[in-house]
Design a protein around this ligand. Structure first.
Ligand code: CO
Ligand code: CO
Ligand code: CO
Length: 318
């Protein structure tokens, strides 16, 4: 990004410099456009399921800004040695998630490539006053995570054939679940900050939020929603390479205050595929948000920490 010139436009509400989930551009007093794109290689064998997960992941950045997805474009890389039927199933999985989101597919682009890749570019809409950035967290806020952690570890184990059918179904359900319900709940209540937890893991994305908001984020490990199978797998050393990169990236910006077990540290750095929203909400609104999530959110979630005035570290884990 440092190779790019500086772009200036007063209507650009969220741009490159913010490390946020999506770009936001104001087109009138009451409307802003949200733009995102995301694609990746298959995380599961089933092409339809892979399509669902990749689409849910791409749509998530719109929800992380508090927006409503409107139009999606397919991004496809596909080898010509594979049956075209597989591509059809991938696209169908994605299209079904876009339908569920209440959005439409209006086109796309495909390129021949040795390894399949799929994702979406999504356009969403939002009222400019209701944009939720990752830099709005305030001291005194409560932090809520809307999906359980451990998808990266479980995906690694699935590839090594170490996971039974039940656990596969569980992690697939989590990854393909839209952040729509969580987004609608947070917009109903009104929150200060939000981001979605994806490749940088919980601590990587929490760090962006802490630094962007000039606060310290305290994470409570006893309260984290975690898929319990991932704890056992982490103990066996089944950790994706991305977790080590995330740990290195966060570096000395985190302090572990108690004796945190290694497998829990691994889960804090575990890169998530289509993870939940990390929401920063004022304490007086947090109970209302939890109530809405209890009613509507279909995955495990919870209050996982709080926001404090800046200390010498942006992240504290207790
Ligand atoms: Co994001
Ligand atoms: Co993204
Ligand atoms: Co956001």
């Amino acid at each position: 990004m440092c190779y790019l010139p500086k772009f200036n436009d007063d209507n650009l509400l969220v741009g490159l410099d913010k490390s946020d989930d999506a770009a936001v551009y104001k087109i009138s007093e009451d409307t802003a456009v949200i733009l995102t794109m995301d694609f990746f290689t298959p995380v599961v064998d089933n092409p339809y399921t892979y399509g669902q997960i990749a689409a849910a992941n791409s749509l998530s950045d719109i929800y992380a800004m508090g927006g409503k997805p409107v139009i999606a474009m397919n991004i496809v890389c596909f080898p010509n040695c594979l049956p075209i039927d597989i591509l059809g199933k991938i696209l169908r999985g994605g299209a079904d998630k876009i339908l569920e989101a209440g959005a439409i597919v209006a086109g796309g682009h495909s390129v021949e490539d040795n390894e399949p890749k799929y994702g979406l570019s999504v356009m969403g809409l939002i009222n400019p006053d209701k944009v939720v950035t990752n830099s709005g967290a305030k001291p005194g806020d409560v932090l809520i995570l809307t999906k359980p952690l451990g998808t990266g570890i479980l995906n690694t184990a699935i590839k090594a054939d170490l996971v039974d059918k039940e656990a596969i179904k569980k992690v697939v359900d989590v990854m393909s679940y839209l952040n729509k319900d969580a987004c609608e709940a947070m917009q109903k209540v009104g929150v200060n900050g939000c981001t979605d937890i994806t490749g940088f893991g919980l601590l990587g994305h929490a760090l962006e939020m802490a630094e962007g908001s000039s606060v310290t984020i305290e994470i409570w490990t006893d309260y984290l929603p975690i898929m319990k199978e991932s704890i056992d797998l982490a103990k066996m050393g089944i950790i994706p390479g991305g977790a080590y990169r995330n740990e290195k990236h966060v570096g000395n910006k985190v302090i572990f205050k108690n004796d945190i077990k290694q497998e829990i540290k691994d889960i804090l750095f575990d890169p998530q595929t289509s993870g939940g929203l990390l929401i920063s909400v004022s304490e007086d609104k947090s109970e209302e948000l939890m109530k809405l999530l209890r009613k509507n959110n279909k995955t495990d979630f919870g209050i996982i920490g709080r926001v404090k005035n800046m200390t010498d570290k942006p992240l504290e884990v207790i």
